[in-house]
Design a protein around this ligand. Structure first.
Ligand SMILES: [Zn+2]
Ligand SMILES: [Zn+2]
Length: 146
């Protein structure tokens, strides 16, 4: 079969969308499938709002200037803004976790220093103190206050 655009050339593929016979020059491969120029244009128009598929990820033959990402400026702006915001918030989350761990570490350190300074001389080793804390916390609180 001959290419529908070039009657002198042999067709090598058919457009998966409209079935048009295409020669090697007319065939456009998008995401592993063969398309004619018209159907490729339609696809790009459909998907350019969601993501920029065609021109960057799949090289289109030189000389076919028709396929360009036709993106609306409004969608582009929100897309460009969405990414830095997401990155920023994930950084903030990591920072929050780090601060939380540091604070937790200092609280534990503070409790341990309190134990060493006030409780260890009177109650002995840590397991004994924990035992008293679990069974009779009032006793230690009274001891620390008084
Ligand atoms: Zn087609
Ligand atoms: Zn052709």
């Amino acid at each position: 079969m001959k290419c529908e655009n070039h009657p002198d050339k042999e067709g090598v593929a058919a457009c998966v969308s409209c079935g048009k016979i295409l020669c090697a020059d007319c065939r456009l491969k998008l995401v592993g499938k063969n398309y004619c120029q018209e159907c490729a244009d339609d696809l790009v128009t459909l998907y350019s709002d969601k993501k920029e598929v065609a021109s960057e990820s799949k090289p289109i033959k030189a000389g076919y200037g028709k396929v360009k990402p036709q993106s609306s400026p409004a969608m582009d702006n929100s897309y460009e803004k969405a990414r830095p915001v997401k990155k920023d918030s994930s950084n903030r989350f990591l920072l929050f976790c780090l601060i939380f761990l540091v604070v937790l570490f200092f609280i534990a350190l503070g409790l341990y220093i309190i134990y060493l300074l006030y409780l260890a001389p009177f109650y002995g080793d840590l397991s004994n103190v924990i035992n008293i804390l679990l069974t009779d916390p009032q006793r230690i609180i009274n001891f620390l206050i008084g």
